[in-house]
Design a protein around this ligand. Structure first.
Ligand code: 9WN
Length: 518
C-alpha cells in the first residue's frame, strides 16, 4: 500500500488539534498521559510528550523533563509514575506504599518500578530543535543538558548496575509494566510462573470504567499477577537485590536494553559536544561503556533464523521467542550493518508493516503473521503510534531515511482523524483504549515537523567488544550440571562457568571483563 503526504489543510488541522490535546492535558509543570484513563505523569510517556512539545515550545518541553527528574530515586531510578494529584487511578500511591523504600524521593509520590529509558533520546531531539531555533532556546537547552547530565547518567547507571548485576548486557525487568508493553506475549511464559498468593490485599480495578470495551484491556487474571509482583516489590522494600532473590518475574528485556544503549551514546555525544561529563567522574566514558555493553547484549540475543532479538527469562534461562516489536531492538541500538538492513527489510515486509491485512502499513505490536497475534487485545497486536515513531527514528539514525519516511507518512495517515488514540486496531484502523492520549498527539507533532535527523555517528560493530570465551571455558560450561534456575540458553555469553550469583538464581556464570575496542 502506498501512502501520500498529508495535504496542507490536513497538516494544519492535525497540528492544531494535537497542540490542543497537549494543552488540555497540561497540568502546569507536567502533562497527564491521558485525561481519564491515565491521569498522572508516566515516565516513558513524558519522554515522547517532551519531544513533541519541543516542536512548539522548547522551554515547556524542558520543564516536562525537569518535572520527571523531580521524582528520581536516590538509586538513580526514574519511577514509572509520578502521582502529583489524587485520582481514581488504580494502583495508586496507597497500593505502591513506597514509604517502605529508603531511596524514594522527597516531595512527590511515585510508583516503585521504572519504564524504558527513552528520555535522553527525547532530550537530544529537543536540543536539536533548540539549536535549529537558536538564541534563547538554544541557550536554555544547552544549560539544561549541563544541569541534568549527572542525573541522566545516574538513571542509566542504575539500569546498568542494579538491573544488570552480572553484566549480561540485558536490562533486567521485575514487572511487565517496566517494559511499557504490559500484557505482551513476550511475557506469557515468565508470567506463567507468577502465582498470586491468598495474602495479597484484595483489589478493584479502575481502568475498565474508562474504556468502551473491557476486552481492549488486560484480563483480571493478568491484573492479579501484576498486583502480586507489585506486592513482592513492596515486601522486599523495593530493594533490587532482595527482589531478585525471591521475586517471581526477572527477565532481560531487549528493547529496554537497546534504548539504554542508544540513549547512552546520545548522552555521551551531548557531553562531548558541550564539554561536560569528561571530568574526574568520566561521565562520557561511562556512558560509552554502558552503550557498548548493552549493544553487545542486544546483538547477542538475536535469533539467526528469524533475525529478531529475544528477551531472556532469567529465572528459567529460556530465550523468549515471540515475534513482537521488541525483536527490532537491534535497529534501535545499531552496531551491525548487515542486521540493520535485514531488519529494515523484515520491518517493511509482509510479516510486519507490509502485511496484507493491515489497514495502515504501520508497526504492529506483534506480527500479524504470528500465532500470538490478537487484533484487539492491548499489546498483543494493535498498533501504538509511539512504537511506529521509534522505528522511524531508528531507521533515520541507521541511515535509512526513505524507509523512515514511509513509516512517518503511514503513521500520519493513521492519525488523520485526530482522535489521537492510545492504540489502533491494526486491521480495521479503529481507535482503541484512551482518546486524547498525550504521547500520540506528541509524536504527530514530531512527524509533522519532519526535520532532518541529526547525522548519525556511524556505530561499527567491533568484534573485539564481544566478551571472549576460551575452548576450556566453553567445555566447562557445557559439562556443568544444570538445575531449574540455570539458563540453558546462554551458552554464548562468554561467561566463565562455575560462579553462581547469590540465591541460586540467574545464570551460573560470571562475565569476563569486556575488552576495550581496538
Ligand atoms: C501501567 C500510560 C501507560 C503506558 C504503558 C501502557 C499503560 C499502565 C496501565 O499506560 O500502562 O503502567 O495502567 O495500563 O501499557 O506503556 O506508559 O500511557
Amino acid at each position: 500500500m502506498t501512502v501520500s503526504q498529508p495535504s496542507a489543510v490536513e497538516i494544519g488541522l492535525m497540528s492544531g488539534r494535537a497542540g490542543y490535546v497537549l494543552r488540555a492535558n497540561d497540568r502546569g509543570a507536567f502533562t497527564v498521559a491521558s485525561p481519564t484513563l491515565y491521569p498522572h505523569m508516566w515516565s516513558w510517556d513524558a519522554g515522547f510528550v517532551a519531544l513533541g512539545i519541543a516542536t512548539v515550545s522548547v522551554p515547556r518541553a524542558l520543564n516536562e523533563l525537569r518535572s520527571l527528574l523531580s521524582g528520581q530515586w536516590a538509586t538513580g531510578m526514574i519511577p514509572h509514575i509520578l502521582f502529583h494529584e489524587p485520582s481514581d487511578y488504580f494502583p495508586g500511591p496507597e497500593r505502591w506504599r513506597t514509604q517502605v523504600a529508603a531511596a524514594r524521593p522527597a516531595g512527590v509520590l511515585t510508583s516503585g518500578i521504572c519504564q524504558p529509558p527513552i528520555h535522553v533520546i527525547a532530550l537530544s531531539r529537543i536540543l536539536h530543535d533548540a539549536r535549529r531555533k537558536g538564541g534563547a532556546d538554544q541557550e536554555l537547552a544547552e544549560e539544561f543538558v549541563r544541569e541534568t547530565f549527572d542525573q541522566w547518567l545516574a538513571w542509566h547507571s542504575y539500569l546498568a548496575t542494579a538491573r544488570d548485576p552480572y553484566s549480561y548486557g540485558l536490562v533486567e525487568i521485575h514487572h511487565g509494566w517496566e517494559s511499557g508493553m504490559d500484557d505482551s506475549p513476550r511475557w506469557d511464559s515468565p508470567y506463567a510462573n507468577v502465582h498470586p498468593q491468598p495474602d495479597m490485599p484484595p483489589f478493584v480495578r479502575a481502568d475498565l470504567a474508562h474504556v468502551a470495551d473491557p476486552s481492549q484491556r488486560p484480563t483480571d487474571a493478568e491484573y492479579a499477577r501484576y498486583l502480586w509482583l507489585l506486592e513482592q516489590k513492596v515486601r522486599t522494600r523495593y530493594d533490587d537485590t532482595a527482589y531478585r532473590a525471591t521475586g517471581d518475574f526477572v527477565v532481560g528485556d531487549v528493547l529496554v536494553s537497546a534504548l539504554l544503549a542508544a540513549a547512552s551514546d546520545l548522552l555521551a555525544d551531548m557531553g562531548e559536544e558541550l564539554g561536560i561529563g569528561g571530568g574526574t567522574a568520566g561521565g562520557v566514558e561511562q556512558s560509552r561503556a554502558i552503550a557498548r555493553r548493552f549493544r553487545t547484549g542486544v546483538l547477542r540475543s538475536v535469533d539467526p533464523r528469524t533475525g529478531l532479538a529475544r528477551d531472556l527469562d532469567l529465572r528459567t534461562g529460556q530465550w523468549l521467542d515471540v515475534e513482537s516489536a521488541a525483536g527490532f531492538a537491534p535497529l534501535v541500538c545499531g552496531g551491525d550493518e548487515a542486521l540493520t538492513r535485514r531488519q529494515r527489510d523484515l520491518l517493511l515486509g509482509p510479516r510486519w508493516c507490509g502485511h496484507s491485512r493491515l489497514r495502515w502499513p504501520v508497526m504492529p505490536s506483534v506480527s500479524p503473521a504470528s500465532p500470538a497475534f490478537r487484533e484487539q487485545t492491548y499489546w498483543r497486536g494493535p498498533q501504538w503510534p509511539v512504537l511506529n515513531w521509534l522505528m522511524a527514528w531508528a531507521l533515520n539514525r541507521s541511515g535509512e531515511p526513505e524507509a523512515a519516511n514511509q513509516l512517518r507518512l503511514a503513521g500520519l495517515s493513521q492519525l488523520i482523524d485526530c482522535d489521537f488514540a492510545e492504540y489502533y486496531q491494526p486491521v480495521t484502523g479503529e481507535t482503541l483504549g484512551s482518546r486524547d492520549q498525550s504521547w500520540t498527539a506528541a509524536i504527530a507533532l514530531d512527524f509533522l515537523a519532519a526535520r532532518r535527523p541529526a547525522q548519525r555517528r556511524p556505530v561499527r560493530w567491533l568484534t573485539s567488544e564481544l566478551p571472549r570465551i576460551t575452548p576450556a571455558q566453553r567445555d566447562a560450561h557445557r559439562d556443568a550440571p544444570r538445575d531449574a534456575h540455570q539458563p540453558s540458553a546462554v551458552p554464548h555469553t562468554g561467561h566463565v562457568a562455575g560462579h553462581r550469583p547469590p540465591h541460586g538464581r540467574g545464570p551460573a556464570t560470571t562475565p569476563q571483563p569486556q575488552q576495550r575496542p581496538s
